[in-house]
Design a protein around this ligand. Structure first.
Ligand code: ZN
Length: 46
């Protein structure tokens, strides 16, 4: 199995009730990610 480099395609942005920015991304292989950002400081959640 060759190494696959995921390509993150944005599936959209949303704002939580807490005011955080949530970005959903996904690769064509089916892998998905959900990134949450604090709007206050702009740092991704650990
Ligand atoms: Zn992939």
């Amino acid at each position: 199995m060759s190494q696959h480099v995921h390509v993150r395609l944005s599936h959209g942005l949303a704002i939580t009730e807490e005011g955080d920015l949530v970005e959903k991304t996904g690769c064509q292989c089916g892998a998905t990610w959900t990134d949450t950002y604090r709007v206050e400081d702009g740092q991704p959640e650990p």
